[in-house]
Design a protein around this ligand. Sequence first.
Ligand SMILES: *Cc1c(COP(=O)(O)O)cnc(C)c1O
Length: 475
Amino acid sequence: MKLIYEIGEEGRKLDLFPELDVEKYELKANKRNVELHLPHVSEQELSRHFTNLAKRTHGVNDGFYPLGSCTMKYNPKIDEEMAVLPGFTNVHPLAPVESVEGCLEVMETLQERLCKIAGMDAMTLQPAAGAHGEFTGLLLIKAYHESRNDKARTKIIVPDSAHGTNPASAVMAGFEVINIPSDDKGCVDLDGLRNAVGPDTAGLMLTNPNTVGVFDKNILEITKIVHEAGGLCYYDGANLNAVMGQCRPGDMGFDVLHINLHKTFATPHGGGGPGSGPVGCKEFLAKFLPGFTAVKSANGFDKKYADNTIGNLRTMAGNFLVMVKALTYITTLGKEGIKEASSNAVLNANYMRVKLSKTYHMAYPVTCMHEFVMTLEEEHKNINVSAMDIAKSMLDYGIHPPTMYFPLIVHEALMVEPTETETKEEMDHVINVLKEIHEKAEKDPEYVRSAPHTTVINRPDEVGAARNPIVAFKF
Ligand SMILES: *Cc1c(COP(=O)(O)O)cnc(C)c1O
């Protein structure tokens, strides 16, 4: 496909700007020393160009998108509609408080509802993503130990099943990471944890359900062990889809957590769009929160800055329009709807897991939460067909592949998260496709190894694309 600079003809253009309705201002100095390169295209060429590009992508509106740990569910259109209301899109972040109280009310209401869902007492909406939230939460833990003059607590315990951002955030926040192994269900090994905690423990970072989709039944014991050693417990709540409305991290003994609005609450994950990773905490950590929180005031809403704030983690309020979508989502579903959504997410995952378990080997053959992990280790050994080959074959059926090669504790992993918004018919279709691919892999492994066969490009050099990306057009 041609780039937009390679189509069109010199002189062709379209004017999208409205007539100037303010006084014209000439720049004093012309700072530009190279020619301004704009595409020379008509409106129709522009429209076709982007329509063709859009046809080459895959989104939730195109088909099944079971990207485990990313919760690519269908997000109701009403959430987008609310987020483009001019009263929300046209506000200035530095506008006087009296003129943006509606926005502050959105934030205050969202903080309160997320606190209720998570079992926390206070919430900052400032962090821009999950990893950013982890970093924020760890700085809260650090500030807490420092405020008590407890300088020996320099270590964060992270299970080997953790999302890669966990140890990375801990290191960025200045901690040393202590890895502990998981048991045969992918859960925390209690003795391993007991041996790891001590007077140098700043805290533990944990995902529950963990990254293999299993709920750790020992959770109360785990948080107790850490607390008794003087550490705090951080909950990675990126994937709240299995627990929202069912149980609360705050009740499991966690002191601080982040939530990915761009997974669970109406903004799709990935694609480079804006995200939001609110961080919630128990009352004793609230005085360290970054930025401002929105609060009710005598006659409206106001901004409040915490007494011992760790400072700003990014500019202004955070990604406000993502918050509008999240609040719309929570409000339209309501208390019962939120609970029903997570029940269905868990039901769908278990439906697919059971239906597929005769054909594919499950890494953990137990009841899962919102996602499950298959391992292609045996196929890889016996017929030299990898998880990657199966994933690439799915592209030929117009299905987005599951998450591959994560979590690291499972070899040749494919992690499937159907989400609550898929129908039984769609799941049955995908189950049949996966069975068909498996059959093909046994009969004609080379066909599967050379998939995809119907896409625009076959197998790109992924390492090359990541290491040497070409992101600029050379004129
Ligand atoms: C997605 C995810 C994160 C990180 O979230 P980002 O917004 O991508 O930074 C952290 N932990 C888990 C378990 C996740 O699934």
